[in-house]
Design a protein around this ligand. Structure first.
Ligand code: AMP
Length: 320
């Protein structure tokens, strides 16, 4: 009988002396939490190994644990583990790394195999859910910090168990974590959900400026001036997009934020019915069926994306 991928991945982890754990650019709590949790579990289990979590540090997510400064010149033949990312081009912080094998652990749809070993569960609520399941089923150790991080990643990516990929398995895994590690929810929720007042006011701005088409497409274009006025950065809208779920008149909702530094429009797309990732893929983007992102260089590309998504909303309404 073929060995299951969790066993194979555990054996690879056991075998390699140097392991680099990476995740996608522009990380969210699931990406960072899964990365830090897996790194820490390997470190706790195998203290003699060199295990590095790489990529850009994000100040607001430092409570998950610090990332590592990696000197890739001294690393030869590492095992690279990429998390929460379907393709290698969106992996953050691995330029110049010499690696021997790649393992991918993810919950994004992806038709092409890109790693030597893949553990992909498209219907998992989060990458943290897959990592928690993996750790619980292998000899890798979990401590309180690791359990807290995994719990927060699952809560965040499932939007507090609201989104469709929340399943019995999600609750079983969360139940095991809570049972074994007496997770203190309230103090953890403070970390994830506490906001400064200016962000709440910016949230109010977004609600006030939602444009709505007759087909149920809602969008806001967010300029650098508005970000400055509210004292928020171009990553802030991404943390708020899920809050605009369950609006009766809205089928698909979109934030378009101009990122001055990288000179592009960052687009967050969410849906309550129409499938949006296929459209996002046409605009340098991708993601899940109902939660995607895109990157556009020019405003006319953004307008075309809006037109395409509006059409999808119209077709969805007709079919219903
Ligand atoms: P976001 O709106 O940034 O929270 O992203 C929603 C989902 O879409 C996440 O699963 C991202 O990994 C994915 N995603 C966002 N931007 C892109 C992109 N440019 N290319 C591929 N996937 C993306």
């Amino acid at each position: 009988m073929a060995m299951d991928s969790k066993k194979i991945i555990y054996k690879k982890i056991k075998k390699y002396d140097t392991i680099v754990v990476a995740r996608h650019i522009g990380p969210d709590p699931d990406a960072i939490a899964s990365q830090v949790a897996l790194r820490d579990a390997i470190r706790v289990t195998f203290p003699q190994k060199k295990v590095l979590a790489v990529g850009t540090s994000i100040n607001k997510f430092k409570y998950f644990g610090l990332l590592d400064k990696a000197d890739f010149d001294s690393i030869k033949d590492a095992l690279l583990i990429i998390l929460d990312v379907p393709t290698i081009d969106r992996v953050d912080g691995i330029e110049g790394l010499s690696y021997k094998e790649v393992i991918k652990i993810d919950h994004h749809p992806c038709e092409k195999k890109i790693a030597n070993i893949e553990l992909v569960e498209e219907t998992a609520s989060s990458t943290c859910q897959i990592i928690a399941d993996f750790l619980l089923k292998t000899p890798l150790k979990i401590n309180q910090t690791i359990a807290n991080n995994l719990f927060l990643g699952i809560v965040s990516d499932s939007d507090r168990f609201l989104l469709s990929y929340t399943t019995a398995k999600t609750f079983q895994i969360v139940s095991k974590l809570i049972d074994q590690f007496s997770i203190d929810f309230v103090s953890l929720y403070n970390r994830l959900y506490e906001r400064p007042l200016n962000e709440i006011q910016f949230h109010g701005y977004l609600a006030q400026h939602l444009n709505l088409t007759e087909n149920g497409l809602a969008y806001v274009k967010i300029t650098p001036e508005i970000l400055k006025e509210y004292g928020v950065d171009h990553g802030t809208p991404s943390n708020m997009i899920n809050d605009f779920n369950f609006i009766k008149e809205v089928l698909v909702w979109i934030f378009i934020t101009y990122d001055e530094k990288n000179e592009l429009f960052k687009v967050n797309i969410r849906s309550r019915g129409p499938i949006v990732n296929e459209t996002a893929e046409k605009y340098n983007g991708g993601g899940h069926k109902f939660a995607s992102g895109a990157r556009c260089k020019e405003e006319n590309e953004v307008n075309n994306l809006l037109k395409d998504l509006d059409k999808i909303c119209k077709e969805f309404k007709i079919q219903k």
